[in-house]
Design a protein around this ligand. Sequence first.
Ligand code: OSB
Ligand code: MG
Length: 369
Amino acid sequence: MKTKISGVELRRIAMPLVAPFRTSFGVESSRDVLVVRVVTPDGEGWAECAAMSEPRYCSEYVDGAQDVLRRFLIPALSGSGLDADALGRAVEPFTGHRMAKSALQTAVLDAQLRASGESFGSFLGAARDRVPCGVSVGIMDTVGELLDAVEGYVAEGYVRIKLKIEPGWDVAPVRAVRERFGDDLLLQVDANAAYSLADAGQLAKLDDFGLLMIEQPLANDDLVQHARLAGRLRTPLCLDESIESAAHAAAAIELGACSVINVKPARVGGYLEARRVHDVARAHGVPVWCGGMLETGIGRAANVALAALPGFTLPGDTSGSSRYFATDVTEPFVLREGHLDVPTGPGLGVEPLPDVLAEVTTSREWIAL
Ligand code: OSB
Ligand code: MG
């Protein structure tokens, strides 16, 4: 007997960041997060949508995600009941909108796992009970400010630092961080598609600094150019934006366009596809790590569970709550010895705190099924 879904609540919450986060595609000072709650006759499931306010990181944006959920994805749920796999198939006819699909599927999966008493980690195949954590450090006005920020994160115990770069902010900040913190610091950079193949000479200068990887230097759809660039760099190449599915991952690996993959469940349409990306990469000996989209504790819980899979052999952007928000909507995720514990309770293993949630809520919409 299939458990029926009664309806889905779409809620928006305003989450100011503790400091503006600048990348080559823009500055984020506050997250406008779409929170999805799937309701059944005897339970519920939660998720957050990673789509940002504007379509800069990718084509999705939060108002668009809410629209496609309301019009197409949630109505498609009515036949599938409480079954994340069936939901995946039900929304397949609708192209794209992976972040919206991911949020809905994750909320369904949370409800499903809460009902069966299994944790996300156990369901996904976690091999560890805690995961090592890195932090992504935005572009700053001065190298001095950057060094102060990195110093704070290192003092908190983050085991890996990722610097955002763009043309004009690459070799100098990397050199300064290396000189100040030494060769043992695990260091990598992320360009968010800000370069072109004509910049290969400039990017090759980063080879001197022993970086773990350079993430997404070129445009999202430039797999062949990434493969060419990989041949001109000693620094391993990692893809983020380019990988929207396990099929993309297989193609990128086959082409030699990357030797590392940043897995963001939202970017690939959910945790089931994220696990398939992990499986494809692992079969090819390609290490993966769990990326982030400045999630609240709701999204973080599931990301930390995913990051505990055996192929996630590099520290991810799964930072503690305090790196993002003064007050998280769940019990805060707190770093211990550079690690976060994988939640063990049913489903996500965390729940939004009702008082906090009420305080940050800006709108609510109920879609009955
Ligand atoms: O490219 O990895 C990225 C945040 C928003 C959008 C894209 C990216 C990022 C980050 C921060 O690097 C990751 C995090 O701490 O959540
Ligand atoms: Mg990235």
